[in-house]
Design a protein around this ligand. Structure first.
Ligand code: ATP
Ligand code: MG
Length: 557
């Protein structure tokens, strides 16, 4: 079994522990509130592990709530992929699946209540005008000329907004708080805007939609959320979150806590940028194995365990920091090292002919599936006169320290025999087309006295028995740690995928179904593609190389 990293403490655990000990809460309720405007990414995984993890640890519950307040960008495809991602990561919301849009009627009633109390008004200014009057961090804002409307007038206009009488952008509902507040979020924030667009969850019921800031805290309160955990950029919104709760007859008083979002090097995580990569065709879709989305990581071969242990390892704090992609890669390497069976795969094949091996003979070698885990057993691997080896494992003129195949040099074929290279055949262009060798029958692996040591061991597959398959070598999507600025796309890694169509794999791999993971000896960890693997015709994605090839000088594999 793969082991999880032991839990490191985080400040939210301490807060919750105190709240339970002091009797402030009997049980805790958290929520994960994605906006269904894209697929979830590894940053969301941090939030999911945190929210679902805390609930699980303290015997509470965690809700999955779609924060679906903007129908223009939201889609049913995203809703489905989000549910799938959370489940795949290993979390369960039970019957607690919610949509902010289910609360639209209640939110509307509460908005009318604020109007009746003189705490909200309808404004006819455009978005630009509102922005202009908002002031700056050093200058107070100016009041809108519509701020003084009477309660009756506001109520009438708001109801007409709901009825669809006005075009998009003609009016908004604003909270009447303080245009001079040092906190810009309290300068009469917009609560509702007019959008004539159908909504993926509630259809065409509404012409006005609540803003996130108005919907969020009230949704938390309706659901009885105790600890509303969000990322640090919402710290300045907290007074507004509190203001709404204090001014409305909400059934509960959730509290907001902020933590530092995950920033990961060599990728991008804003959904706007991820969408652009998809739309521009830089990747094959939201679940392209190079994407930092949970579905992309899954196709790449990441396990849920490796992502959870990564999230545990990076901890939860309150200061913004960057995490190196190498740490995520190391998490999956550690997990797969434990669990992935070994196999031999020749990615760039060249033929090896054993001149003194009988033409029709076939032997089977039992090769262990895992060097440290004998309980995983072994598999028979056929061996015959003609094999394939890795083109890279041969050098006609070996450089110093090259202990693999070279003229006159001995090398062990993994789990089989020691062979000695006797010559090569080339085509007219001088490319090696065939390597020839002889084998020493006394060196059969496992035979008494066969332990004669040679310096190199290489992997191989039987030419007659091998399966031909497509293998995709994935690498990081960007060549720089922080692809930022207007030309962030200029640092897309041109070698982020290399597709090899003529790989030769040991025959046992023909049976691999979708999403099976292996270590290809000496190459890395690979996973059969979830979508494109067919019975008898696996397609493999490289999850990660065996060692980090980026840490020194950032060249990649
Ligand atoms: P993006 O900026 O990528 O569009 P978002 O914050 O708008 O992301 P939401 O769907 O609103 O995306 O996010 C749902 C939850 O996930 C929020 O509580 C948010 O704080 C959290 N979250 C989003 N990105 C990260 C991240 N990089 N690290 C940790 N938590 C995140
Ligand atoms: Mg958001």
């Amino acid at each position: 079994m793969a082991t999880e990293t032991p839990q490191v403490t985080n400040f939210l655990r301490n807060i919750i522990q105190e709240d339970l000990q002091s009797g402030k809460h009997e049980t805790i309720v958290t929520r994960f509130p994605p906006e269904p405007n894209g697929y979830l990414h590894i940053g969301h995984a941090k939030s999911i592990c945190l929210n679902f993890g805390l609930a699980k640890e303290f015997g509470g519950r965690c809700h999955l709530r779609f924060d679906d307040t903007n129908p223009v960008k939201e889609e049913t495809e995203y809703i489905e992929s989000i549910k799938e991602s959370v489940r795949w990561l290993g979390f369960d919301w039970g019957r607690h699946l919610y949509y902010a849009s289910d609360y639209f009627e209640q939110l509307y009633q509460w908005a009318e209540r604020l109007i009746l109390q003189g705490k909200a008004y309808v404004d006819d200014l455009s978005a630009d005008e509102i922005r202009e009057l908002r002031g700056t961090l050093t200058e107070p804002g100016k009041e809108s000329p519509y701020r003084g409307r009477t309660v009756e007038e506001n109520l009438g206009l708001f109801r007409r907004m709901r009825a669809g009488e006005f075009p998009d952008g003609a009016k908004v509902l604003r909270a009447k708080i303080d245009m001079a507040s040092p906190n810009m979020n309290l300068r009469d924030p917009v609560m509702y805007r007019i959008i004539h667009a159908p909504h993926p969850h509630v259809g065409d019921a509404w012409r006005i939609y609540p803003m996130y800031d108005y919907a969020h805290g009230q949704s938390d309160a309706i659901e009885g959320v105790t600890h509303s955990v969000c990322t640090l950029e919402f710290e300045d919104h907290k007074p507004l979150y509190e203001w709404f709760l204090a001014n409305l007859p909400v059934p509960a008083r959730p509290r907001q806590y902020e933590f530092a979002r995950l920033n990961l090097s060599y990728t991008v995580m804003s959904k706007r940028k991820l969408l652009q990569l998809v739309q521009d065709g830089d990747v094959a879709g939201w679940d392209d194995p190079r994407m930092p989305t949970i579905m992309g990581l899954r196709r790449r071969g990441y396990t849920p365990e490796s992502i959870r242990s990564f999230c545990e390892r990076i901890g939860v704090g309150r200061s913004d920091s960057w995490i190196d992609m190498g740490i995520l890669e190391e998490s999956v390497r550690e997990d797969l090292n434990e669990r992935a069976p070994r196999a031999m795969a020749v990615l760039r094949p060249v033929k090896l002919v054993i001149e003194n091996y009988p033409e029709e003979q076939v032997e089977e070698f039992a090769i262990a599936n895992h060097p440290q885990r004998p309980e995983l057993g072994s598999r028979p691997v056929p061996f015959c006169r003609e094999l394939f080896i890795e083109r890279d494992d041969f050098l006609e003129v070996p450089v110093k320290g090259f202990h693999r195949m070279a003229p006159g040099q001995e090398v062990r074929l993994r789990g089989a025999y020691i062979v000695k290279c006797t010559g090569v055949a080339k085509d007219d262009a001088g490319t090696v087309t065939e390597i020839r060798c002889s084998y020493d029958p006394e060196t059969r692996s496992g035979l008494p006295g066969a332990e004669r040591k040679v310096k190199g061991v290489i992997h191989w597959v039987s030419a007659r028995h091998a399966v031909t398959a497509e293998v995709r070598l994935y690498d990081r999507l960007f060549t720089v740690p922080n692809p930022a600025g207007d030309d962030w796309k200029s640092s897309i890694n041109p070698a982020s995928v290399e597709i090899l169509r003529d790989c030769r794999l040991e025959p046992s791999l023909a049976r691999a179904g979708a999403e099976e993971r292996f270590q290809f000896e000496r190459q890395g960890y690979f996973c059969t593609d979830l979508r494109e693997t067919r019975p008898g015709a696996p397609v493999f994605n490289r999850t990660v190389t065996l060692r980090d090839s980026w840490s020194k000088g950032g060249k990649g594999a």
